[in-house]
Design a protein around this ligand. Sequence first.
Ligand code: NDP
Ligand code: 2IT
Length: 443
Amino acid sequence: MSYVNEVFSSVQARSAGEPEFHQAVFEVLNSLEPVLAKHPEYQKMGILERLTEPERQVIFRVPWIDDHGDVHVNRGFRVQFNSAIGPYKGGLRFHPSVNLSIIKFLGFEQIFKNSLTSLPIGGGKGGADFDPKGKSEREVMTFCQSFMTELFRHIGADTDVPAGDIGVGGREVGYMYGQYKRLKNVYEGVLTGKGLTFGGSLARTEATGYGLVYFTREMLTDLGKSFDGATVTVSGSGNVAIYAAERAQSLGAKVVTMSDSSGWVYDPEGIDLKAVKKIKEVDRGRISEYLNSRPKAEYHTSGSVWQVPCEVALPCATQNELQLEDAIKLVDNKCWIVAEGANMPSTLEAVEYLQQNGVYFGPSKAANAGGVAVSALEMSQNSARLSWSFDEVDKKLEDIMVNIHKQSAQLAEEYSQRQNLVAGANMAGFMKVATAMMAQGVV
Ligand code: NDP
Ligand code: 2IT
């Protein structure tokens, strides 16, 4: 059995019942054969065995009381996956589907994504199986405070720096920051995605979506094409989806879809983002309400946005939302590019089909690294106790995304896999972490 297969079998056996984690590990290991052949010392030093085992995992009870006085118990997680190149860094997800497999897949991906940014951040992820939907402000605050009442002892500005993800935005980060400060009596950049009045960075809200568009623009350039006049389909209508749509529109694209977990809208005239922002960022409503102000748009509860013809598809909702049947439709509709804003939104079968049928594919750990990159810039600003202008941060973000695309494309080329950004990103992200792990000995 090859080294890679041996490690993968052992991950499957030791972490049984964690399908998302297996999927993420398989995708990375599958790309690494050429690098491992060139560097036999990695096997000798157990790099893959160590990389696939989190350095530390914390699972904790999160009790809270709702507005009716009823007690609820949720499960909290923080997986500190790898600190070879910096303090653990990665978001917190609040969603009823959260479990150890999902947090481990996200934490594992985060190691390579963070490495690709070229900034000094290790990989981690956390969250809870709490559903913020339909909860009052007081309930959300109470939950966040209870969550932090355990998490605070495991994190710190130089140890582990969480941020947002699905269900965790500026509001939740604010409540968690307040509780951390109260418990530790330290004012430090322990979370990113903070409000602008207490250490947040300009352009962090926009960063993941904007970064995705900068990365996709580089892919379009490879094909001799551009966003100008292109039809773009976007899934999701949260933080990543909204700002990806905004930046794509500013480059002349026509964004025609958005979705949430209840259904999706198709607006052939182009999505009115002001309406979407009001529904999602102000009213915390459903995407179906889009039709109230745009009666000519369509709302569907079956099928998916991937059946709408497009040149560029940007999945920005959640894992495994783009499946083989969707990939087949995208190919039939002559889509040029799929670039992932969400984490692992495409199944392994879908990615394989897209790549084999000439769709240029941008994997999440490269394409959506803009969010965590600006989080790392927020950490820098906090340490230096200063703040940069929007344009300064946006320019740094753009440079980082261009560089991630370049690194990934170059490494793919070097190992004779031209335009395979999955292989290129995995190898590029891996090399830096492996080099650091080798230098630091068996720890
Ligand atoms: P938000 O909570 O702001 O938005 C999530 C969106 O995805 C909502 O429209 C939501 O719909 C939809 N969604 C979530 N879960 C499901 C599901 N199970 N089925 C269908 N739709 C679903 O999260 P973000 O925009 O921050 O995150 C979106 C994706 O981007 C995630 O994969 C996240 O990991 C990834 N990401 C986020 C970054 C960030 O900086 N925020 C950085 C890099 C990646 P509904 O409201 O109905 O649940
Ligand atoms: O998946 C991700 O990269 C994020 N949710 C952002 C993490 C961060 O620390 O900003």
